[in-house]
Design a protein around this ligand. Structure first.
Ligand SMILES: [Zn+2]
Length: 149
């Protein structure tokens, strides 16, 4: 069994794929733009809209509103539920931050860092305890008239 021809072939293949990788790297930025335009998924839309002027305006509004909110609600809800008094430093969005949900104060919860991390990491338990809305409840919140869907 001779290794040489294989080695040469392998080497040629390696060089070829390295060239291809370089080509891909050069082509990447344009491909990315193309991919983003016709997107229909919610997540992509949120990512896209975050770059728009409207979204940055909303983000600025949010950073102001959240300070007022935390002044009015100084205690972490989850710690409070567990009998502890703990300063809230973060705002949890019961329905996430995507789209209109970012600024709906009724769906905000004051939390400490630790509880916010817990809520984010334990999605189902957080829904059961009322710290987060299920996908269905999120939809219902935006479409209150549609019953039984
Ligand atoms: Zn807490």
């Amino acid at each position: 069994m001779s290794l040489a021809p294989n080695y040469t072939a392998n080497r040629a293949w390696q060089e070829k794929s390295q060239q291809a990788a370089r080509d891909r790297a050069l082509a990447k930025p344009r491909q990315r733009e193309k991919q983003l335009k016709p997107s229909s998924s919610l997540k992509r839309c949120a990512t896209l809209s975050r770059r728009t002027k409207d979204r940055s305006k909303e983000e600025r509004q949010y950073s102001k509103k959240r300070l007022v909110f935390l002044e009015k609600h100084p205690h972490c809800v989850r710690c409070w539920d567990q009998g502890r008094k703990c300063a809230a430093t973060e705002v949890h969005h019961k329905a996430g931050r995507e789209g209109v949900f970012l600024l709906i104060v009724a769906l905000w919860l004051p939390t400490c860092r630790k509880c916010h991390v817990w809520i984010t990491a334990n999605g189902n338990a957080a829904i059961e305890l009322g710290y987060s809305l299920s996908r269905h409840d999120r939809w219902r919140y935006l479409n209150p008239e549609s019953e039984g869907e």
